[in-house]
Design a protein around this ligand. Structure first.
Ligand SMILES: Nc1ncnc2c1ncn2[C@@H]1O[C@H](COP(=O)(O)OP(=O)(O)OP(=O)(O)O)[C@@H](O)[C@H]1O
Ligand SMILES: [Mg+2]
Length: 112
């Protein structure tokens, strides 16, 4: 099992969510977050002064899937999250040791 954490643009979130549901991935946790990437936020000019907005609002999606679903999920997030401009976001993948569905006490793949 793998955990996919994707930091994406607010404006792309609905399309990404729909694509994930179409793939059969319904379960997810979503946060409104602030972050920055390589550009350390953006520099904004106002009346001749440059202001540094160093943390920008993003959406963080956490989704735990069966290992064989990982590539499809990444593809769906990239295809629906990409605008081509800086700040499209990033995807992090890590291993999950155990999943328990509390109601039924099922484990692992059965619990996802
Ligand atoms: N190395 C990182 N560790 C943790 N979070 C990150 C990292 N890089 C990016 N993020 C998160 O992803 C968001 C979007 O990052 P962003 O797309 O700007 O990355 P980037 O590497 O600067 O790529 P780009 O050049 O396309 O802008 C950030 O606001 C931050 O929340
Ligand atoms: Mg960036």
């Amino acid at each position: 099992m793998k955990r996919i954490v994707a930091i994406v643009r607010d404006s792309r979130f609905e399309a990404i969510k729909k694509a994930l549901v179409d793939l059969g991935c319904g379960g997810m946790t979503v946060w409104e977050v602030k972050g920055r990437g390589k550009q350390l936020g953006i520099k904004e000019s106002y009346r001749g002064f440059e202001y540094c907005v160093d943390l920008l609002p993003k959406i963080r999606i956490e989704i735990v899937v069966k290992a064989e679903q990982v590539d499809d999920v990444i593809k769906a997030i990239v295809e629906n999250g990409q605008t081509g401009s800086i700040g499209d976001g990033k995807i992090f993948v890590s291993n999950i040791e155990k999943v328990v569905r509390i109601r039924t006490e099922e484990f692992n793949d059965d619990a996802i």
